[in-house]
Design a protein. Structure first.
Length: 212
Protein backbone atom coordinates (compact mmCIF):
# COMPACT_ATOMS: atom_id res chain seq x y z
CA UNK A 1 0.00 0.00 0.00
CA UNK A 2 1.51 3.29 -1.09
CA UNK A 3 1.27 6.24 1.27
CA UNK A 4 -1.04 8.97 0.01
CA UNK A 5 -1.65 12.58 0.97
CA UNK A 6 -5.33 13.45 0.54
CA UNK A 7 -6.17 17.15 0.89
CA UNK A 8 -9.32 17.60 2.96
CA UNK A 9 -11.79 20.25 1.87
CA UNK A 10 -14.17 21.63 4.48
CA UNK A 11 -16.09 24.61 3.07
CA UNK A 12 -19.45 26.34 3.34
CA UNK A 13 -20.05 27.37 -0.26
CA UNK A 14 -19.36 26.30 -3.85
CA UNK A 15 -16.84 29.06 -4.73
CA UNK A 16 -14.63 28.04 -1.80
CA UNK A 17 -14.83 24.40 -2.88
CA UNK A 18 -13.76 25.22 -6.44
CA UNK A 19 -10.94 27.54 -5.38
CA UNK A 20 -9.46 24.94 -3.03
CA UNK A 21 -9.80 22.26 -5.64
CA UNK A 22 -7.77 24.32 -8.12
CA UNK A 23 -4.92 24.64 -5.61
CA UNK A 24 -4.34 20.88 -5.44
CA UNK A 25 -5.84 19.27 -8.53
CA UNK A 26 -2.59 19.16 -10.47
CA UNK A 27 -0.65 17.75 -7.52
CA UNK A 28 -2.77 14.92 -6.05
CA UNK A 29 -5.13 12.28 -7.43
CA UNK A 30 -7.70 12.14 -4.61
CA UNK A 31 -9.43 14.77 -2.49
CA UNK A 32 -11.31 14.27 0.78
CA UNK A 33 -14.61 16.18 1.00
CA UNK A 34 -15.97 16.81 4.49
CA UNK A 35 -19.76 16.70 4.63
CA UNK A 36 -21.39 17.83 7.90
CA UNK A 37 -25.11 18.05 8.59
CA UNK A 38 -25.17 20.22 11.71
CA UNK A 39 -26.66 17.29 13.65
CA UNK A 40 -23.96 14.63 14.03
CA UNK A 41 -21.48 17.48 14.49
CA UNK A 42 -22.34 21.13 15.27
CA UNK A 43 -20.97 22.44 11.98
CA UNK A 44 -22.72 22.32 8.60
CA UNK A 45 -20.75 22.31 5.34
CA UNK A 46 -21.33 22.67 1.61
CA UNK A 47 -22.47 19.59 -0.26
CA UNK A 48 -24.02 19.41 -3.71
CA UNK A 49 -24.23 16.00 -5.37
CA UNK A 50 -25.26 17.47 -8.73
CA UNK A 51 -22.28 19.84 -8.76
CA UNK A 52 -19.97 16.96 -7.91
CA UNK A 53 -21.44 14.73 -10.61
CA UNK A 54 -21.04 17.38 -13.33
CA UNK A 55 -17.61 18.61 -12.25
CA UNK A 56 -14.96 18.45 -14.98
CA UNK A 57 -11.87 17.16 -13.17
CA UNK A 58 -9.47 14.23 -13.20
CA UNK A 59 -9.63 14.09 -9.39
CA UNK A 60 -11.35 11.32 -7.50
CA UNK A 61 -13.18 11.98 -4.25
CA UNK A 62 -13.52 10.28 -0.93
CA UNK A 63 -16.57 11.61 0.87
CA UNK A 64 -16.37 11.82 4.66
CA UNK A 65 -19.94 11.81 5.95
CA UNK A 66 -20.08 13.39 9.40
CA UNK A 67 -23.85 13.05 9.34
CA UNK A 68 -26.51 11.32 11.40
CA UNK A 69 -28.10 9.56 8.41
CA UNK A 70 -25.36 8.43 6.01
CA UNK A 71 -27.78 6.38 3.88
CA UNK A 72 -29.53 9.53 2.65
CA UNK A 73 -26.22 10.90 1.34
CA UNK A 74 -25.02 7.59 -0.07
CA UNK A 75 -28.12 7.37 -2.22
CA UNK A 76 -27.00 10.62 -3.89
CA UNK A 77 -23.30 9.77 -4.08
CA UNK A 78 -22.97 6.22 -5.27
CA UNK A 79 -23.88 6.97 -8.87
CA UNK A 80 -21.18 9.63 -9.25
CA UNK A 81 -18.25 8.32 -11.28
CA UNK A 82 -15.60 10.49 -9.58
CA UNK A 83 -16.54 9.24 -6.09
CA UNK A 84 -14.01 6.59 -5.13
CA UNK A 85 -15.10 5.83 -1.58
CA UNK A 86 -17.53 6.85 1.12
CA UNK A 87 -16.60 7.03 4.80
CA UNK A 88 -19.14 7.45 7.58
CA UNK A 89 -18.96 7.17 11.36
CA UNK A 90 -19.24 4.03 13.45
CA UNK A 91 -20.93 6.20 16.10
CA UNK A 92 -24.06 6.62 13.98
CA UNK A 93 -27.08 4.34 14.38
CA UNK A 94 -26.81 3.23 10.75
CA UNK A 95 -26.95 -0.34 9.46
CA UNK A 96 -23.21 -0.37 8.83
CA UNK A 97 -23.05 -3.81 7.21
CA UNK A 98 -25.90 -2.88 4.90
CA UNK A 99 -24.20 0.37 3.91
CA UNK A 100 -20.91 -1.41 3.22
CA UNK A 101 -22.77 -3.82 0.94
CA UNK A 102 -24.52 -0.88 -0.73
CA UNK A 103 -21.16 0.75 -1.50
CA UNK A 104 -19.57 -2.45 -2.76
CA UNK A 105 -22.62 -3.14 -4.91
CA UNK A 106 -22.03 0.23 -6.58
CA UNK A 107 -18.30 -0.57 -7.05
CA UNK A 108 -17.29 1.99 -4.43
CA UNK A 109 -15.00 1.53 -1.45
CA UNK A 110 -16.48 1.73 2.05
CA UNK A 111 -14.80 3.06 5.17
CA UNK A 112 -15.71 3.74 8.77
CA UNK A 113 -14.40 6.65 10.81
CA UNK A 114 -13.92 6.36 14.55
CA UNK A 115 -13.81 9.26 17.02
CA UNK A 116 -11.12 9.53 19.74
CA UNK A 117 -13.31 8.40 22.66
CA UNK A 118 -15.13 5.57 20.88
CA UNK A 119 -14.01 2.08 21.97
CA UNK A 120 -12.04 0.35 19.22
CA UNK A 121 -14.08 -2.80 19.91
CA UNK A 122 -16.96 -1.12 18.06
CA UNK A 123 -15.07 -2.03 14.87
CA UNK A 124 -14.66 -5.74 15.61
CA UNK A 125 -17.53 -7.18 13.58
CA UNK A 126 -17.15 -4.64 10.77
CA UNK A 127 -13.40 -4.33 10.22
CA UNK A 128 -13.06 -7.37 7.91
CA UNK A 129 -15.61 -5.87 5.49
CA UNK A 130 -14.05 -2.40 5.30
CA UNK A 131 -11.72 -0.90 2.72
CA UNK A 132 -10.50 1.69 5.23
CA UNK A 133 -10.62 2.65 8.88
CA UNK A 134 -10.34 6.43 9.32
CA UNK A 135 -8.93 7.37 12.72
CA UNK A 136 -9.96 10.82 13.91
CA UNK A 137 -7.17 12.78 15.57
CA UNK A 138 -9.66 14.85 17.58
CA UNK A 139 -13.42 15.26 17.86
CA UNK A 140 -14.71 16.19 14.39
CA UNK A 141 -16.59 19.33 13.46
CA UNK A 142 -14.07 22.03 12.68
CA UNK A 143 -10.77 22.28 10.81
CA UNK A 144 -7.53 23.35 12.47
CA UNK A 145 -7.75 21.30 15.67
CA UNK A 146 -4.63 19.79 17.20
CA UNK A 147 -4.20 16.04 17.28
CA UNK A 148 -4.85 14.42 20.66
CA UNK A 149 -1.73 12.55 21.88
CA UNK A 150 -3.67 9.31 22.41
CA UNK A 151 -4.64 9.20 18.73
CA UNK A 152 -1.30 7.75 17.64
CA UNK A 153 -1.62 4.95 20.20
CA UNK A 154 -5.04 4.16 18.74
CA UNK A 155 -3.50 3.82 15.29
CA UNK A 156 -0.91 1.40 16.65
CA UNK A 157 -3.67 -0.68 18.26
CA UNK A 158 -5.93 -0.71 15.20
CA UNK A 159 -3.02 -1.57 12.91
CA UNK A 160 -1.99 -4.35 15.28
CA UNK A 161 -5.47 -5.87 15.35
CA UNK A 162 -6.24 -5.54 11.63
CA UNK A 163 -2.87 -5.22 9.86
CA UNK A 164 -4.42 -5.87 6.44
CA UNK A 165 -6.81 -2.88 6.73
CA UNK A 166 -5.90 0.46 5.21
CA UNK A 167 -5.74 3.15 7.90
CA UNK A 168 -6.50 6.78 7.18
CA UNK A 169 -5.98 9.63 9.61
CA UNK A 170 -7.85 12.93 9.81
CA UNK A 171 -7.25 16.03 12.00
CA UNK A 172 -3.81 17.21 13.02
CA UNK A 173 -1.97 15.87 9.95
CA UNK A 174 1.02 18.13 9.25
CA UNK A 175 4.78 18.04 8.71
CA UNK A 176 5.38 17.36 12.43
CA UNK A 177 2.87 14.52 12.83
CA UNK A 178 3.23 12.66 9.52
CA UNK A 179 6.41 10.74 10.53
CA UNK A 180 4.93 9.27 13.72
CA UNK A 181 1.60 8.52 12.05
CA UNK A 182 3.39 6.76 9.22
CA UNK A 183 5.38 4.69 11.69
CA UNK A 184 2.16 3.72 13.51
CA UNK A 185 0.57 2.34 10.33
CA UNK A 186 -1.27 5.21 8.62
CA UNK A 187 -1.08 5.12 4.81
CA UNK A 188 -3.70 7.79 3.94
CA UNK A 189 -3.10 11.24 5.39
CA UNK A 190 -5.97 13.76 5.28
CA UNK A 191 -4.62 17.28 5.68
CA UNK A 192 -6.80 20.39 5.71
CA UNK A 193 -5.47 23.43 7.57
CA UNK A 194 -1.86 22.30 7.10
CA UNK A 195 -2.42 22.79 3.37
CA UNK A 196 -5.05 25.47 2.97
CA UNK A 197 -3.82 27.79 5.73
CA UNK A 198 -0.30 27.71 4.26
CA UNK A 199 1.13 30.71 2.44
CA UNK A 200 1.38 28.63 -0.73
CA UNK A 201 -1.04 25.66 -0.48
CA UNK A 202 0.19 24.04 -3.69
CA UNK A 203 3.82 24.05 -2.59
CA UNK A 204 2.88 22.91 0.91
CA UNK A 205 1.01 19.97 -0.59
CA UNK A 206 4.18 18.96 -2.44
CA UNK A 207 6.26 19.40 0.72
CA UNK A 208 3.96 17.15 2.75
CA UNK A 209 3.92 14.54 -0.02
CA UNK A 210 7.70 14.42 0.11
CA UNK A 211 7.44 13.29 3.76
CA UNK A 212 5.43 10.21 2.89
Amino acid sequence: MMNELIPAILVHDAPSFHSRLKLVENVVTTVHLDVMDGVFVPNRTWFDAVALATLQTSLRFEIHLMVSDPRRYLDQLLGIASVLRAIWHVETAADHRGLVDLCHGASKEAGLAINPTTPIDRLVSLAPTLDEILVMGAEPGYSGKAMTPAAVRRVWEIHGRWPERTIGFDIGVNAETIPELKQAGVTRFCAASAIFDAKDPTEETKRLMALL
